[in-house]
Design a protein around this ligand. Structure first.
Ligand code: S3P
Length: 177
């Protein structure tokens, strides 16, 4: 009999936000962390600080495989700890495994909504978003994996302030350390 059937709630170590590039994981994560009194961490930012290099430069100089290995190492290290809201890069759940003890929230926004929302400056920072038709194909390839990995998906085709309370209410109903 599973712990849920016995009436116990599952306990999650951390909240992990997943979704396509530019879907708002970092913005959502900062607000959620503040509202839930958790620490906010961002995998891309950690990698940039540790490597002393931008994501674009890492892709250009060391290649995508190198970056993916850094992502896996970073999420492994972060999930040794508890009590964090972790924003991931859009490819992380595709190439890396995330600890099963994480409450994974998929920020589910349509490709066109994402593109319209993203300022040119933010697009420029993302090597895999430079060619629109390739990015759209990548989006379509990844959608199923995002949904499979998620404990919970939120419709993010609306302003962050509109959907963030949906995420918060879902999380508050769970036990996160
Ligand atoms: C990537 C997403 C980016 C960053 C890198 C690769 C991807 O993060 O990790 O450019 O493969 O989707 P954001 O999702 O924060 O843009």
């Amino acid at each position: 009999m599973s712990s849920l059937q016995k009436g116990y709630k599952l306990v999650y170590d951390n909240i992990v936000l997943i979704g396509f590039m530019g879907s708002g994981k970092t913005s959502v994560g900062k607000v959620l962390a503040r509202q839930l009194y958790k620490e906010f961490v961002d995998v891309d930012s950690i990698i940039e600080v540790e490597q002393n290099s931008s994501i674009s430069d890492i892709f250009e100089n060391k290649g995508e495989d190198y970056f993916r290995a850094l992502e896996q190492k970073c999420i492994n290290e972060l999930t040794q700890k508890t009590g964090q809201v972790i924003a991931t890069g859009g490819g992380l759940p595709i190439y890396s495994s995330i600890s099963k003890k994480s409450l994974i929230v998929y920020i589910d926004a349509d490709f066109d909504v994402i593109l319209n929302r993203l300022p040119a400056k933010e697009r420029d920072k993302r090597p895999l978003l430079q060619d629109e038709s390739r990015a759209r194909a990548l989006f379509n390839q990844r959608i199923d994996t995002y949904k499979e990995q998620a404990t919970f998906s939120v419709d993010a085709n609306q302003s962050i302030s509109t959907f963030i309370h949906v995420i918060r209410d879902f999380i508050l109903d769970k036990r996160v350390l």
